[in-house]
Design a protein around this ligand. Sequence first.
Ligand code: MIC
Ligand code: SF4
Length: 645
Amino acid sequence: MNIARKIIESHLVSGKMIAGSEISIRIDQTLTQDSTGTMAYLQFEAMGIPQVKTKKSVAYIDHNMLQAGFENADDHKYIQTVTSKHGIYFSRPGNGICHQVQLERFGAPGMTLLGSDSHTPTGGGIGMLAIGAGGLDVAVAMGGGPYYLIMPKICKVNLVGKLGPWVTAKDIILAVLRKMTVKGGVGKIMEYGGPGVASLSVPQRATITNMGAELGATTSIFPSDEVTRAFLKAQGREEQWVELKADADAEYDEEITIDLSELEPLVAQPHSPDNVTEISKIAGLKVDQVAIGSCTNASYADMMTVAAILKGKTVAPGVSLVIAPGSKQVLNMIAKNGALADMVNAGARVLESACGPCIGMGQAPATDAISLRTFNRNFEGRSGTWSAKVYLLSPEAAAVSAIKGVLTDPREYGEVPTVTMPEAFEINDNMVIAPAPVEDYDKVEVVRGPNIKPFPVNTELPQELTGKALIKVVDNITTDHIMPSNAKLLPYRSNVPYLAEYCLTPCDPGFPARAKEAGGGFIIAGANYGQGSSREHAALAPLQLGIKGVLAKSFARIHMANLMNNGILPLAFVNEADYDAMDQEDILTLKNIREQLEQAVDGKNIIVTNETKGKEIEVTLPLSERQKDILLAGGLLNYTKKQNQ
Ligand code: MIC
Ligand code: SF4
């Protein structure tokens, strides 16, 4: 068996491990962050379960850190109190980015982790089966329910050879993205193996598994070996190490090979993480901003390398360099050893340990600016500036380019700084607050600020659904298009009615008004609809606007689950020509949809009538019996309530 199947087997609650069929697994740990967490905890409260049933659940505050008004601080208070009441650990603002801290302090090989953030697979760097999901799925897991997923294919990424000087883990995952594209990982777990693995540290592995999210993969995972043991030992947690390796005769559904020695420093160009080329091919591009940090590349080693490159230099006059160390542990260590001073001396603007510019919370680039970032996503507008062009690259290449003022192949820079992994990281978990003792749960008062508004809940699926095609969008629409997030909107994550006014506005500013006027309807989309974030708001905002279904060429995994959980039908065109022939304003009807769903074998033969064109078209909606019941009930909350009656 391979590693992924071993962990799934040991956590299997229902189903058979046959790729494409529904299984459910037991979840050991959960994580939430604040921008999806408020909703997850509101939903957890709605379920009426007094105490979490996981081995460890942690709530992080790392996204909504700008406090331009009362909203974010209010949400922090809500999360701190609601978690205390229900047995969840609270990582205070300032402690760091959820994925980085989880890896450092809580992750353990062989365990399962479900997180309400798409980059939860970062934990795969330490040999966890770590999956990103919508907040409601995480709420259910906190309540002890299993997590349902489609058994993925397991794709081996065979790493051979050794990285050359200045070539990094970021270049490995960019090479995989170039090969497989942002759709290439859908329905798959990427399992890394081969002789190249041993040369990669845990944070390097985590950079790779983190950005596996950009492949659309269910998750990515590395073996747990002596390198993992050394990392855990340095984090004072050696006892949590177990060895995890694929059997010698392990089978895989697919296999690709990456020869590390052939890689060069790479860069993803605007506006997609798979638009990858060699830095050497486009070097010389004038740069306005360089941003170093995020859950992809803000480890201790990343920061030490950047500091060594910046030491004694000055950031080029036309460049604004911002650096956000990934966690308090990292920030503390570089503060003590002087590396932080080297950054500051060179002119870096040091930000708090949080997501920051990665999710457009500040540091929006200037008009038409070129911004180089060590992050994982460069979707149009995500930086907060629509005309900005964001390039993704390694911290090494970013730091060298910041000094030069132009995009630079770091190999021109000279000798690579040597940075060694510390034998012991600085450990101080004083920013993690334990929940109230069980006997005191009743005494904890949950604080709810005025920004927390009731969230929409769907109703039972009616016999017939009818409405207009309200918008028609192209392939690869991201959740950043569906529900934009930036410094102006992120504070409203617990206020869906407000957010709904911005739903799909990057594609068409008139969409929310049109949807409301029509009393709801349908969204027509291309392939890979909803790629990117796990944000449930990309389903909740359409629900608020009365959206009944989305007809798309195909869907991204987490978004499809979020639609179903909210009772919105995700329908896939059988013939792409039907997508081409459909127009905005067409009136669509799903007749006898309850019977159609109940009777559909493998989700096939579901008929949508295009009243305007006088045509019947076929769509598919492959559903397990459980998913059918969820849709019939009008979403997971209604379904769960019904089950508990
Ligand atoms: C992101 O990177 O897009 C986010 C912000 O972390 C999201 C979660 C969210 O929208 O709150 C994600 O990746 O899931
Ligand atoms: Fe935060 Fe960016 Fe990572 Fe999302 S991708 S968790 S916004 S650092």
